[in-house]
Design a protein around this ligand. Structure first.
Ligand SMILES: CC(C)(COP(=O)(O)OP(=O)(O)OC[C@H]1O[C@@H](n2cnc3c(N)ncnc32)[C@H](O)[C@@H]1OP(=O)(O)O)[C@@H](O)C(=O)NCCC(=O)NCCS
Length: 93
């Protein structure tokens, strides 16, 4: 295994949340994170837990590598923050 990502469904909002996306350090920068995020979004599009077109995650404001990845996939900052974490969302269509 070289990576891990968790998909949560928040029934209260409702929305899909991506948690703990990570690729092993020795395998970073080879495109695996990008592929993993594409596959995760494709999985969420099947609506495995409920109907929502919203995908949300948070990322540390200093984590430029991850922020670039999320922004390149269309995630936009919502304006919400939790301490050093920026919230970003993607609307599926
Ligand atoms: C963030 C993470 C998941 C990205 O995985 P990865 O396999 O290294 O990423 P990829 O090689 O697929 O690169 C995807 C994008 O990240 C960005 N990126 C990659 N290497 C980068 C670098 N050295 N500096 C800045 N941005 C970089 C680029 O936008 C890249 O897109 P591009 O190939 O079109 O330029 C991985 O670095 C990681 O696990 N980091 C530690 C845990 C973490 O911070 N997780 C995110 C929590 S919010």
């Amino acid at each position: 295994m070289i990576g891990y990502v968790m998909v949560i469904y928040d029934y209260d909002i409702p929305e899909y949340d991506i948690w703990h996306m990570m690729i092993d350090e020795s395998n970073q920068g080879h495109g695996y994170g990008s592929i993993a995020l594409d596959l995760t979004i494709e999985y969420i599009k099947t609506k495995p837990f409920g109907t929502s077109d919203k995908v949300t995650l948070t990322c540390n404001m200093d984590n430029i590598h991850a922020l670039n990845l999320y922004r390149n996939k269309g995630f936009k900052e919502t304006g919400a923050m939790d301490e050093d974490e920026i919230e970003l969302s993607l609307m599926l269509s």
